[in-house]
Design a binder for this molecule. Structure first.
Ligand SMILES: *Cc1c(COP(=O)(O)O)cnc(C)c1O
Length: 354
């Protein structure tokens, strides 16, 4: 066994709702701890999945995901050859770590951020170098630049960032990229970009065509409501896309998932509605926190990071009243996914009374 794996603390996945409800002895638990889509999935996906030809079951799926590839290339204005698909975006995080890291290398992150970057760095025997965010939880780009050494092979930028919800401007990101050596990969995780108030101007989607070492990543798990189907993708430069295709398992994304993702992509009305409802809840929560004097990070995502004097106690109280929030990301802070308007109202009452 690799020495790095022997000491590993595994990622703790969410328990199923049924398990949690049984443990708590309650009938209804709303999970606001995993940034899932509270409005479900487009009905067009259900239709497409039902219509999938079951007689294809004994055949391997299309390893190129051609129909989906062409649709995404058109939507994102990238070359189809730049796209690489993965089983959830988390498989991509594993894949790029496996590709670009060797034991003893360094991986640079702004902290706090998504824990899987650190997990896969560790598996590869690389060392995580974490630069704390600024006081307002924005990325400390100067701090990141100062931490760049020849040992740094990958830099992760999560935009908007999980768990802070904060976003960085494309100008700041590109200015940063221009300071990074050409041999160092810059990986921009845009899992939440659909929720950003100015997503079209925030995305770094066009940068891989301009900078060989830049990668932009997306998932269908959040705004598209397909977390259970496990599909994500990354946009690479023409230099690295073939490398990644060689590392990727040839049949990683199954046909049902390809069909589901294509149907979800085509139903932009569903995505728009999700994004609009989320923006309304985000507004309501920030106004509520202002009124309550509760400190929070400015959110450009489908969740918010906030601090209260007795965070763990509040999370436990809310859990027993049917709402699970994410704890353990920073002492005294909680991360809450925005739910439906009805749940938002009920939850704000619970917090105001507490
Ligand atoms: C949810 C999430 C992902 C990946 O989700 P998948 O379900 O594996 O596609 C990637 N990055 C961040 C920051 C996330 O929060």
């Amino acid at each position: 066994m690799k020495e790095s794996v022997r000491k590993l603390q595994p990622y703790v996945p969410e328990k199923t709702l049924a398990t949690l409800q049984a443990e708590l002895g309650i009938d209804r638990l709303v999970r606001l701890s995993a940034n899932e889509n509270p409005y479900g999935t487009s009905p067009k996906v259900a239709e497409a999945v039902k219509n999938w030809d079951f007689s294809e079951s004994n055949r391997y799926p299309d390893g190129d995901a051609l129909a989906l590839r062409q649709a995404i290339a058109r939507q994102q204005h990238v070359d189809p050859a730049q796209l690489v698909f993965s089983v959830g975006l988390d498989e991509m995080i594993a894949m790029v770590s496996r590709t670009f890291l060797a034991a003893g290398d360094q991986v640079l992150v702004s902290a706090p951020t998504f824990s899987e970057y650190a997990l896969h760095a560790e598996i590869e025997g690389a060392k995580l170098v974490a630069v704390p965010t600024l006081a307002n939880d924005q990325v400390d780009f100067d701090g990141l630049i100062n931490a760049l050494t020849p040992a740094v092979k990958m830099v992760w930028l999560c935009n908007p960032n999980n768990p802070t919800g904060t976003s960085e401007s494309l100008a700041d990101i590109e200015a940063f990229i221009q300071q990074v050596p050409a041999e160092t990969m810059v990986l921009i995780d845009e899992a939440y970009i659909d929720f950003a108030s100015d997503a079209a101007n925030l995305t770094a989607m066009q940068l891989p065509a301009k900078y060989d070492n830049v990668v932009v990543m997306r998932t269908f798990s959040k705004a598209y409501g397909l977390a259970n189907f496990r599909i994500g993708y990354a946009v690479f430069s023409q230099t690295y896309a073939p490398t990644m295709q060689a590392v990727r398992l040839p049949y990683n994304v199954n046909s049902v998932t390809q069909v589901a993702a294509l149907a979800a992509l085509k139903d932009q009305a569903f995505v728009k509605e999700t994004v609009a409802k989320n923006a309304a809840e985000r507004q309501a929560w920030m106004a509520f926190f202002d009124q309550q004097g509760i400190r929070y990070d400015l959110s450009d995502a489908n969740f918010i990071f906030f601090t209260v004097p007795k965070a763990t106690k509040l999370a436990d109280y809310l859990l027993h009243h049917g709402y699970s929030l994410r704890t353990g990301l920073r002492a005294g802070w909680l991360r809450m996914t925005f739910g439906t308007a009805t749940d938002g109202e009920a939850l704000r009452k619970l917090i105001a009374q507490n």
